[in-house]
Design a protein around this ligand. Sequence first.
Ligand code: MRU
Length: 364
Amino acid sequence: MLVEGKPTRTIWLGDNGHTVEIIDQTRLPHEYIIVGLENLDDAARAIFDMLVRGAPLIGATAAYGMALAMREDATDAGLDNAYRVLYATRPTAVNLRWALDDLKAILSPLRADERQAAAYRRAVEIADEDVEICSSLGEHGRAIIEKIWTDKGKPERINILTHCNAGWLATVDWGTALAPIYKAHDAGIPVHVWVDETRPRNQGASLTCWELGQHGVPHTLIVDNVGGHLMQHGQVDMVITGTDRTTAAGDVCNKIGTYLKALAAADNNVPFYVGLPGPTIDWTIKDGVRDVPIEERDPGEVTRLPGLTDDGRIETVTISPKGSPAANYAFDVTPARLVTGLITERGVAEASEKGLAKLYPERA
Ligand code: MRU
């Protein structure tokens, strides 16, 4: 998508052919900084510290991380170590495991001296595939937006609510929840996006608003608890979110707070869609509430907030009394029964075992 009018991806190979370059998302929207990853440790830290985040981008970074690791140690021990270090970075987004398994299956049978080149080749391929998947998912989602808009008599604006950041910054390009929105906007459909700020890390406020603004998509930032009120007053035509892991039965794990939006949507007959690339489906589990590991992060993210001061400095302030404990659950699970449809690169699936199996017969 566009940054200052220039087509940009979130991760790419540097000119020297081995450094992996990323946008440091912890600095957005106030600073746009490119960081070079040189080794396994850099890649693991970039994921753990959330310089890169979003399920598909975590997967792509892990793939590049394996390639960087193969430059350092391409023995079997080096391969196992890279898998272990990267796998430990973040527990919920299943794209991480998917990418690591993929790379390990390709690299294991090769000789050590063949592994580095093969790992880079596959990492580049995974990144390119992600762009294709998200673009195609975007087309299917655009058709849904267009239908809702047309069925409502083509009003002056169609209001879509989204949570967290599931835009191009969360993928390699296009995004999942936002890909349909970009495609609809580009096709002349008058979309307007309600952006949940998404506490505690505020990915909606800092990332979604930034990327929608860069692409010229009309949007309004709201605090996390506004969605239900807007839905009661007919101000939301549909909800689209992303997902970090969707079970084979269609339960959707996504950023904390997604479940409450789905409940409010169901209560107000607002369609609730999820943008879902194939690699985000965990075919090994069905019951999301019971089986998806939910990341618990540093409580300091709840008690402290970074922001820009009026004189242009980035500062962090504390918002709660010293000594009050805080809990920081990063994700929750929306049961399949609350999901109107799963928008995938292969079309729109009913959120059920049958629905997903129909689109991915080879996996079911
Ligand atoms: O903690 P984050 O910022 O990695 O969480 C991201 C999300 O919850 C996204 O909605 C999800 O990864 C889908 S991204 C296309």
